[in-house]
Design a protein around this ligand. Structure first.
Ligand code: C2O
Ligand code: CU
Length: 495
């Protein structure tokens, strides 16, 4: 029978599974970089999105069915203003239940995308009890909250947070990996007046780059192990529980695209939206490395810019960076490479300098309006979280402090507005993500505010968390989506 492509050892710091595509792939840098459509709230602060199946042409001449926000992959880029609340009404016209989470959003608990707070498919919420569920992997139809669920709902986002690069994606318990792989991910940019005043590159010279690896089946569909029976052998779920890796690099939904640029500064808002693939990005201008000037991370602008030859991004992390093409004559090309993984995934995209251009942008020496205070109150409560492999007695899974995710059980109850120190320990690579409010990684001054931290195998680090915005139930979890689906998630309550 068919076999997996073998283990891409240490790509994710563990033996994650590389799924090979089963059709011919295009030559890199032959497809233009797409720009997702932009959705802004109307005057009443509303945005409508329908989650639906659509056929897209991702590889030239090939039809790929996706699950998309408004039928696109990536979903539309949502743009909001700090301090202006927005209500996003999602309608689920997909064949499966979904949950939408705004990653990086300071969001009240009832709109945060609790993993079992399902938005039912239209066909299942029409009052006939889910008999059309089909093989959707749907569980829990007998639970008492089910009648409260519908196929349309409003997610309310106060946007009471500074300018930052956020993203939104599916978050359904146990099924986030396959849903995001099939297309349920998009970017969300929060803007504010302070950032507008900085003269950073903007408009055509601001490029959101959603990077995601995928693999394609012979019929053009995305190939994912759990929905492909030929990739499963009895009792070996294990082969992909370490993470699913694709062999095609998509940027804004296009394989190894090329972007024409002016010889000027550009702002790149880079998101690693891959399920399990870590990225190490460099810019290669005919053998010379062009630096990234990092201006922001997950939680918004850094205190000061930071020049970096290489950027490492784990799944879920974002980097906001300015790149200056001004020294390059028209005709020169700059290749974005990825140093982790090899094969087709060693290339990401290309910038082709097309023309000279006037440039009024600049990168000021001071960026954030209010850089986070770094003083930790004496006697701050401490907690330990161990991210490691475990078992529920029968099946191998991923656990936090030895426990798989149980929605009913909070592992911590935290007092609102009180700083805590969390000591995280990781057995293999785990990108650890905490909902609600961003945190500081202690000992990494210039990282800014983070909501996802790339933990190395065997690493222990301390983060300072402080939940000020809302009370309620939230989650922390590993953002390797296969680890998350295989239970590496925990509930915490803010009181
Ligand atoms: Cu980007 Cu809880 O997820
Ligand atoms: Cu993990």
């Amino acid at each position: 029978g068919a076999t997996l492509g073998g283990c891409a050892a240490d790509v994710a710091g563990t033996s994650a599974t590389l799924v090979p595509s089963r059709l011919p792939l295009p030559k890199p840098f032959s497809v233009p970089l797409p720009k997702a459509s932009v959705l802004r709230p109307d005057r009443a602060g509303r945005i409508l999105i329908t989650q639906r199946v659509a056929d897209l042409q991702i590889l030239p001449g090939v039809r790929t069915p996706v699950w998309g926000y408004d039928g696109t992959f990536p979903g539309p880029t949502i743009e909001t203003r700090s301090g202006s609340p927005v209500t996003i009404t999602h309608t689920n016209a997909l064949p499966v239940p979904t949950v939408t989470h705004l990653h990086g959003g300071h969001t009240p608990a009832d709109s945060d995308g609790w993993p079992t707070d399902l938005l039912l498919p239209q066909r299942m919420s029409d009052g006939n009890g889910g008999t059309h569920a089909g093989h959707t992997g749907m569980t829990g139809m007998a639970d008492p909250e089910a009648r409260l669920r519908t196929s349309t709902r409003e997610y309310r986002y106060p946007m009471d947070q500074p300018a930052a690069t956020l993203w939104y994606h599916d978050h359904r318990m146990d099924f986030t990996g396959p849903a995001v792989w099939r297309g349920l991910a998009g970017m969300h940019l929060v803007r504010d007046d302070h950032e507008d005043s900085l003269s950073l590159p903007r408009d055509e010279r601001e490029l959101p780059l959603l990077i995601a690896d995928r693999s394609f089946d012979a019929d053009g569909s995305f190939r994912y192990p759990s929905v492909d029976p030929t990739l499963q052998r009895p009792g070996v779920a294990d082969e992909w529980m370490s993470g699913v890796l694709g062999d095609v690099m998509l940027v804004n939904g296009a394989p190894w695209p090329v972007a024409e640029v002016d010889a000027a500064r550009y702002r790149l808002r880079i998101l690693n939206a891959g399920n399990a693939r870590r990225l190490s990005l460099t810019l290669d201008a005919d053998g010379t490395r062009l630096p990234f000037v990092q201006i922001g991370s997950d939680g918004g602008l850094l205190a000061a810019p930071r020049e970096r030859g290489e950027i490492t991004l784990a799944p879920g992390e974002r980097i906001d960076a300015v790149v200056d093409f001004a020294a390059l004559p028209p005709g020169r090309q700059v290749t974005m490479r990825n140093g982790i993984g090899g094969g087709g995934t060693a290339l990401v995209m290309r910038f082709a300098v097309a023309r000279r251009g006037r440039d009024d942008s600049r990168v000021p020496a001071r960026l954030a309006e209010r850089p986070p205070a770094r003083d930790i109150p004496a006697g701050a409560p401490r907690r330990n979280f161990l991210f490691a492999r475990g078992s529920d007695g029968r099946t191998a899974m991923w656990t936090i402090n030895g426990e798989p995710f149980r929605p009913q059980r909070a592992v911590a109850t935290i007092q609102r507005d009180r700083t805590e120190i969390w000591r995280l320990t990781s057995n293999v690579h785990h990108p650890v993500h905490v909902h609600l409010d961003p945190f500081l990684v202690l000992g990494r001054e210039d990282d800014g505010l983070k909501d996802t931290v790339d933990m190395l195998p065997g690493e222990t680090l301390e983060i300072a968390v402080r939940f000020s915005d809302y009370v309620g139930r939230y989650v922390l979890h590993c953002h390797n989506l296969e680890h998350e689906d295989m239970a590496m998630m925990a509930r915490f309550d803010v009181r």
